[in-house]
Write a protein that binds this ligand. Structure first.
Ligand code: ACM
Length: 560
């Protein structure tokens, strides 16, 4: 391992830090690393767990140390850090624990790629260059959605993705825990949710636009309350907040399979859905279903320390409420007319339930757009997650909402990565690596007030067509590397130069990313049921979504 290698690594950091000053010389970390903590007592254990992300064993010392951590208010911007490496040692300065985690992650990138293995080849020398890095993020919300509802991701996979998120300085894991095709949380109060809602008898394996073909194989899984506590704590140690999504009133097919009496209209023999697309399974706005939701949130929300809870609100086919006497009674009692007003009243109740737990609601932009067509606008306390393009995001920002930008183009990483027959079956596409790398999240013509409402950005890993966790790796990486650059925001143009080296780190970590030259033979769609489908042209799809967002309506699956 030459000194030149260590200096080279300073040129291949991802995401690129804001300021890097490379000095002369190197430092070799000892296998047993003396660490001195200038850290408030209540933060010491957590800071030591952050140091433990390095591939060497650390021991706390009072005197001379190789690594010194200084944690103090105002030392850097929030989540920022200064990493100072000299030939004598490393000093990490940060205002908060997240900054320490990010300093450690940058230090890890300066070490040999073996730092990403679970155990290093013997003889690996942990050499880092002399360097000073000053760094802090552009966006406060640097998110990734994992859809564990359509296809369950075992806990070990979620933990692995948390490791990878942290390595890329992402800080928000949005767990999509409920949908028409699966419910993924143990409930002691309502056990049928996990007993009945967590599995389906079969899954659609064909594309939307083809005849529905099913695999005939049961699919399912759920996280126990202890699993979720573990995931939340593991994430917190890596500076990641877990935001749960329990969506209403649409996308509730699995919930209603467990408790059909809360559906509208009540269908006694509902099953967990086995087809993809937009379904008309809706939670009923009724006193009975509101009481159910309240008890459910009382049980589940304490599992998540996050200040935010995502309550869905997307793709709710409100006409399913028409002609339901239960909904009519609810509307009459409250003097509501029209489905947008009934929807608004339901979401207001949900908002109140969250407020009782000190939580701020997050909804998809459909919720904002639907309410914009009725008499009662969405409360501006709700954070709007805008997936149907920049225009609806801007409207929400202008109306006073904080927004997270999660547009289909270029943050839906379930879309294929190149318009090429080798790419495996996906809903459509392409969303290329270049699309992600060249994305400027906030259009130039937004006002300063609107821009200031942007809390951050998020990439989405929906899993309708992703039954194999290996495919999750393929779809997330390297697009997530480019996404992390945008989220962190150092605005460099040379990711293409750094990325091949960074992918060596991911290879060492065992990530089955898409090679820059295209899929490996076993990653291709082939000619079987995973064969490539072009789907609806991207421009048409985006126009459909933007049009629906503009009118407050639901865009049904835009495929024929
Ligand atoms: C969404 O894609 N329905 C948020």
């Amino acid at each position: 391992m030459s000194h030149d290698d260590a200096r080279e690594r300073a040129a291949h950091l991802v995401p690129q830090p804001h300021s890097v000053l490379l000095g002369a010389g190197v430092l070799q970390l000892p296998a047993e690393l003396p660490v001195r903590l200038d850290v408030p007592a209540q933060e010491r254990a957590a800071v030591l767990r952050a140091i433990a992300l390095l591939p060497v064993t650390s021991k706390v010392v009072a005197g001379r140390a190789v690594v010194q951590v200084r944690l103090g208010a105002g030392a850097t911007p929030p989540e920022g850090y200064v990493l100072d490496v000299t030939e004598d040692g490393v000093t990490i300065t940060a205002a908060d624990r997240s900054g320490v985690v990010y300093a450690v992650q940058t230090l890890r990138q300066l070490l040999p790629d073996a730092a990403y293995r679970q155990a290093a080849p013997s003889g690996t020398l942990w050499v880092v260059p002399v360097i000073r890095v000053e760094d802090s993020p552009r966006f406060r919300w640097r998110g990734m959605l994992l859809d564990v509802a359509r296809h369950f991701l075992p806990k070990r996979e979620v933990l692995r993705h948390i490791d990878l998120m942290s390595a890329h300085k992402l800080n928000t894991l949005h767990l999509h825990l409920s949908d028409d095709q699966g419910w993924r949380v143990e409930s002691l109060r309502f056990p049928r949710l996990h007993e009945v809602g967590s599995w389906r008898a079969t899954s659609q394996v064909s594309h939307y636009s083809d005849e529905a073909v099913h695999d005939g194989t049961p699919h399912g899984g759920y996280y126990t309350r202890d699993d979720l506590a573990e995931i939340v704590a593991y994430a917190a140690d890596r500076a990641i907040t877990v935001i749960p999504e329990i969506g209403v009133p649409g996308h509730t097919g699995a919930l209603l399979a467990a408790y059909p009496e809360f559906g509208s209209p009540p269908v006694p023999d509902r099953a967990v859905h086995t087809n993809w697309g937009v379904h008309d399974a809706l939670l009923a706005p009724s006193e009975q279903s509101l009481e159910f939701l309240r008890l459910l949130f009382d049980e589940l929300l304490p599992l998540f320390p996050s200040p935010y809870v995502h309550v869905g609100g997307d793709e709710s086919v409100l006409r399913a409420w028409d002609n339901d006497p239960v909904v009519r009674a609810f509307a009459d009692k409250r003097g509501l007319s029209g489905s947008a007003e009934i929807f608004a009243a339901l979401m207001a109740e949900v908002r109140q339930m969250l407020a009782e737990h000190g939580k701020t609601p997050v909804t998809w932009d459909d919720s904002f757009a639907t309410q914009a067509t009725g008499a009662a606008a969405e409360s501006t306390t709700t954070l709007v997650m805008a997936w149907r393009g920049a225009e609806v995001a801007r409207r929400a920002a202008a109306a006073g909402h904080d927004v997270v930008l999660s547009p289909v183009m270029p943050t839906y990483f379930d879309y294929f990565q190149e318009a090429h027959p080798d790419e495996p079956l996906a809903i459509g596409g392409p969303v290329t690596l270049g699309d992600v790398a060249s994305w400027e999240p906030i259009p130039q013509d937004w006002s300063q007030v609107e821009s200031a409402r942007v809390r951050g950005i998020q990439c989405q890993m929906w899993t309708e067509f992703v039954e194999d966790p290996r495919l999750v790796d393929y779809l997330l990486y390297p697009r997530t590397c480019a996404f992390a650059e945008i989220a962190w925001g150092a605005r460099t143009q040379d990711l293409h130069r750094r990325l091949p080296h960074h992918l060596d780190r991911l290879a060492a970590a065992g990530v089955e990313f898409r090679p820059l030259t295209g899929p490996a033979p076993w990653q291709r769609g082939g000619t079987g049921r995973r064969a490539h489908r072009a789907g609806v042209p991207m421009a048409e799809r985006l126009a459909n979504y933007a049009g629906a967002a503009a009118t407050g309506t639901v865009a049904d699956s835009p495929d024929p």
